[in-house]
Ligand binder design. Sequence first.
Ligand code: MSP
Length: 523
Amino acid sequence: MPNPGKTFYVTTPIYYVNDRPHIGHVYTTTLGDVLARYHRLRGDEVFFLTGTDEHAAKVVDAAEERGLTAQAWADQNAAEFEQTFAKLSMTHDDFIRTSQDRHKSRVTQYVKALLDSGDVYLGDYEGWYDAGQEEYIPDNKAQEYDFKSPFNGKPLIRKTEKNYFFRLKEYRQALLDYIEANPGFVQPDSRRNEIIARIADAEDTPISRTGANDWCIRVPGDEDHGIYVWIDALFNYLTTVDTDDRRKFWPCNVHLIAKDILWFHGCIWPAMLMALKKQPGYDWVELPTQVYTHSFWISEGRKMSKTLGNFIDLETIDQYVDQFSLDALRWYLSTQGPLGSTDSDFAKSKFIEVYNSDLANTVGNCASRVTNMIVRYFDGVLPSPGREDQLAKSLRASAEGMYNNVNAMYEKTAIGAANEAALEVVRAIDNYIEQTQPFKLAKDDGQREKLGAILYQCAEALRIASLGLYPTMPLKIQELWKMIDCQYDVENGDLQAWTKWGGLKPGATITKGAVLFPRVQKD
Ligand code: MSP
């Protein structure tokens, strides 16, 4: 392993088990998968976590309506998330469910430690609650929202109850200091500014609810209170790796989330970790390196909604995979998605445009051209590199520069830009072919050596580009590797060494293979 001891831990939110998986869940998990595959390819030891958030109050209601126990309903729906992610070739290393004992017992321990230290205390709550989001809303925010949920428009509920509170206010300054000292902690920058503004008036926050039924983790020592679902859920990132063989993955490198849940991840979560870290036995609980907050997918220009009929549900996702391939979907999500602070539109016409220009006309076309010419002019035997002229040198420089460019982008979670950096190399090959016109040289026997050198350079640059494209398009790139006689241990990679020039050896067997991305007509 080229990066001994270097670990990379990436998480997605754990999804509410009441929902069916849709493009939003698939999006964040795809980003996690791309990052995980990239880091495995670099040789890091990776832990990629996703899962389901199960103790929401509405799970009990939904189960009752169906005459099921909450557990049976959760089992059914968690299975759907797991099957969806398996079908989409996600490579998570674990799937955490908050109803599992391994999670519940750890959460009980953490909350006990916070009760013992006084960071959690019993108090009275009176205020607003967004039942759909399972979220307590401060008075000033409730007013701003006109007492309606900003997420589903339903009226906020007035709640008066005895609650356990976490002393969030006491951590205000420490959080602000931390964020200032670690500008990469909340990304992108616009979200960092947003969270700084909100932390400035953070109040103590309820972490329990009363009238708890059996569907929750109890507050230790108090049968009347259940731990508030959000607190239970946030701890998943820690419970899953709080074992002797996994503690090395902490602190988490990237928590991927969307803007709807920034408050919990950018404020409550790090504050709870700060509190826990002070307790005996928890000095290893550092803060996560990054909370990366993306925006939302909308669909065909409008907010996704079931009634508008523009919801990108599992059936729609399947149709895209069938028509364009899974890797094409991953490409669209990774390069056109809402990684920044504006929402992105999932629209069929845009999908086809991007598919044709990046994949059919660029990656796919370049792979066909290069392999076809080697098969046609050299019977599929890779020729020798020969001498490099100026044009060849510049192609080589573009390929050799890719590793640093791609790496710098992945370090910033700039997944779209990392893909663009790899695609640049494919474009450089296309340019090189335009400039050197190998199909013309092929007509002249006296130019065989030159023709061979050009085709070697194209194939070698293509190989290097393919490594940069692999994390996003693992299936198609593996097909391409078969065509150019390459094999890589992608679980245990050495990307830096593999992207050095000269990996392809003259004499290698090049085959045509199927067209990777057939062109699609816009209908
Ligand atoms: N259970 C909580 C998260 C707990 S994490 C400790 C939750 N679940 S959720 O099922 O509502 O999932 C929210 C997440 O799904 C978002 O943060 C985002 O990752 C993803 N998305 C849901 N809808 C989305 C879009 N329309 N667009 C992009 N991603 C979105 O909140």
